[in-house]
Design a protein around this ligand. Structure first.
Ligand SMILES: *Cc1c(COP(=O)(O)O)cnc(C)c1O
Length: 383
């Protein structure tokens, strides 16, 4: 197998699920059912395994972004509930019915398309839908003042069931929660309007990781965490109240080592030149594996060197990525005294506190940990 691989620490995944559940229980005084977001192949961690571990750990189901992601889970026998967090094309409605997915809905046309698809479907069951209200995210959702009419329309469809009413927060991970509380107020008001028309809204849900970890009032009936389950806080503004452990470890092995002289350059564009004689190692991982090119000349890796050290965690040192990250390879400056050899282990990011994690790389690349982990792509085997 290839040197570059992503180790998925399922024990850390379980730890995070339990820590999150424990924190919610202590706030609420009772458990709150939850759906784990496994869209984008489980934020890059492998949706099938994440879904099955989450299910074992008590999740009621999972959230996906596309019908294909739902189909993949059904193909491997996942029997939990699957919420479809995005709006898809009406022509995908038949597949939603067949796969027993629970779509978010936000307009009448889509609602009617789903109702018709359920009617035509051989599955012979109602589609459970979740009415999404846009209380301030500005992405998908009906206007709060239209929610009651839409809920009535849904309730009139024989082949649909209103399983829930929900919303989403753009700033639940910020240290200023005032907008989130404003949204909750709009949401409650809209739900009140639905109830006053005699429609049961089903279960209410809104809490992404930011809200799960910081806005107790937003927990409602069901929570929808994502990134926290994978071991990261959604932003560094958020208070670190529970210990989350990174689940993904991106590792590789040194495939080539050389010494270079002062004045010699490394990689495309010659953006890095040695200022001293030093040992340079080449690592077979690049931006086409999902290691961001913006990390060129910025990031560090954790290098495990030395004979007896190949499996010895005491021999780990941080060394810098030098020159531009290439499509399939990058170079690290191991230093003039380094004993680095071909085969030595390199950790690009992961749970080891001595090395970088996805949050550190995200900051260096001007992005968020979500993107760092979900960019690790199909070319990298998951172990
Ligand atoms: C992705 C997603 C979540 C989870 O968000 P995190 O910030 O990763 O916790 C929750 N709800 C919806 C609708 C989503 O798309």
């Amino acid at each position: 197998m290839r040197a570059t691989r992503a180790i998925i620490h399922l024990d850390n995944l379980r730890h995070n699920l339990r820590a999150l559940d424990g924190s919610i229980r202590s706030v609420r005084g009772a458990p709150v059912p939850f759906f784990v977001a496994v869209k984008a192949d489980g934020y890059g961690h492998g949706a099938n395994r994440v879904a099955s571990v989450a299910f074992e750990e008590g999740a009621e189901g999972v959230g996906v972004a596309t019908v294909e992601e739902g189909a993949q889970l059904r193909d491997v026998g996942f029997s939990g509930r699957i919420l479809l967090y995005s709006i898809v094309l009406a022509e995908e409605a038949a597949a939603i019915a067949e796969l027993n997915l629970e779509p978010f809905v936000a307009d009448e046309k889509y609602v009617r398309a789903l109702a018709e698809a359920a009617e035509r479907s051989s599955a012979g069951r109602a589609i459970s839908v979740h009415l999404k209200i846009d209380t301030g995210m500005g992405r998908i959702g009906c206007k709060p003042e239209d929610a009651a009419d839409l809920a009535v329309t849904i309730s009139e469809q024989q082949t649909l069931r209103l399983a829930g009413v929900c919303t989403h927060f753009p700033t639940a991970d910020s240290d200023d929660q005032s907008f989130t509380y404003e949204q909750l107020e709009r949401f409650r008001h809209a739900v009140g309007g639905i109830r006053s028309r005699g429609v049961d809204p089903g279960r209410l849900h809104a809490a992404n990781s930011g809200a799960c970890l910081g806005v107790d009032a937003a927990l409602l009936d069901v929570a929808r965490p994502g990134i926290s389950v994978y071991g990261y806080y959604p932003s560094h503004e958020q208070k670190r109240q529970i210990e989350l452990r990174p689940v993904m470890e991106l590792e590789s092995r040194v495939v080539f080592v050389k010494s270079i002289e002062p004045g010699e350059s490394v990689s495309y564009g010659r953006t890095w030149t040695a200022g001293r004689r030093t040992r340079i190692a080449t690592v077979p991982v690049g931006y086409a594996d999902g290691y961001n090119r913006l990390l060129s000349n910025r990031a560090e890796v954790l290098l495990f060197t030395g004979d007896e050290a190949r499996n010895d965690s005491r021999a780990a040192t941080r060394v810098p990525v030098v020159g531009r990250v290439c499509m399939d390879q990058l170079m690290i400056d191991c230093g003039p005294e380094s004993t680095v050899r071909v085969g030595d282990r390199v950790v690009l990011f992961g749970p080891d506190p001595r090395g970088p994690d996805a949050e550190e790389l995200a900051e260096l690349a001007g992005t968020i940990p979500y993107e760092v982990v979900s960019q690790v792509n199909y070319r990298v085997p998951r172990i």
